[in-house]
Ligand binder design. Structure first.
Ligand SMILES: Nc1ncnc2c1ncn2[C@@H]1O[C@H](COP(=O)(O)OP(=O)(O)OP(=O)(O)O)[C@@H](O)[C@H]1O
Ligand SMILES: [Mg+2]
Length: 228
């Protein structure tokens, strides 16, 4: 099966400071992949390059057979490659309904049943403002917005940061279900979560991918932590 995403020899820098060094990776359709790495390893920088939010100094990102080049982030998102940021940015003054509506305008997809099927709680909270949602509820809304418009790949930055263990358990189930329709790449440091979600893991250290782990037993045992 052809890859849905390919990153080839990608390098990135902020001004003079180089952050990513020759990153190459590939993701198959419906695959669940995680990149683990410590603070400052470059995980967010990589996802931003893939989503068109940052321009790499060189290298390329191919999505669905198409080189993304300098495409702006809204176009990349519209093509079906969605980035969910680390800071759970929902519109605080807008209700859940209005937050969803904004994404619907962007994607032209007004079918919210899929969102409520994955996150029934959002239906109950439909008139609540973003500012009054818990961390877990904001994460549901972020992912809910991203799955409008039938994405083929979700890039999710630190999905469990600040969430209670029971919410993290729910997210494990959600990610397994979501991957029936799209590939999921998460990045983060929560190894117990990663071990339950990912089918394949990359370890990232100081801007480089230093290991790839595909063995299920190794993944379950968190043995890849030695690479970090
Ligand atoms: N806007 C920026 N300007 C300059 N340097 C930056 C900027 N954003 C990140 N960096 C630097 O780039 C490196 C990689 O940062 P990045 O945020 O990609 O790491 P990360 O793996 O996502 O870390 P974390 O786990 O803390 O989220 C770090 O050294 C960081 O200080
Ligand atoms: Mg980060």
């Amino acid at each position: 099966m052809p890859n849905i995403v390919e990153v080839k020899n990608l390098n990135a820098a902020y001004g003079q400071s180089k952050v990513l060094f020759d990153i190459s990776l590939a993701i198959k359709p419906n695959e669940r992949v995680s990149i683990v790495g410590r603070n400052g390893a470059g995980k967010t920088t990589l996802l931003k390059c893939m989503a068109g939010l940052l321009t790499p100094t060189n290298g390329s990102v191919v999505f669905n057979g198409m080189e993304l080049g300098q495409k702006p982030p809204y176009e990349v998102a519209r093509m079906g490659l969605k980035y969910i940021d680390q800071d759970k940015h929902v519109f605080l003054d807008l209700t859940v309904r209005e937050n969803l509506q904004l994404s619907s305008y962007a994607t032209n997809d007004y079918d919210w049943d899929k969102v409520f099927a994955h996150f029934p709680k959002l239906k109950i909270l439909i008139d609540r403002k973003g500012a009054y949602l818990s961390g877990g509820e904001r994460q549901m809304l972020m992912i809910g917005r991203a799955i409008l418009g039938d994405p083929k790949v979700l890039l999710i930055d630190e999905p469990t940061e600040g969430l209670a263990p029971s919410i993290v358990d729910d997210l494990v189930t959600t990610f397994h279900e979501l991957s029936k329709d799209c590939a999921i790449l998460t990045v983060g440091q929560n190894l117990s979560f990663v071990s339950r979600v990912a089918e394949r893991i990359y370890a990232m250290k100081e801007g480089k991918l230093v290991a790839e782990v595909t063995d299920e037993a190794e993944i379950k045992a968190n043995s890849y932590s030695c690479y970090l």
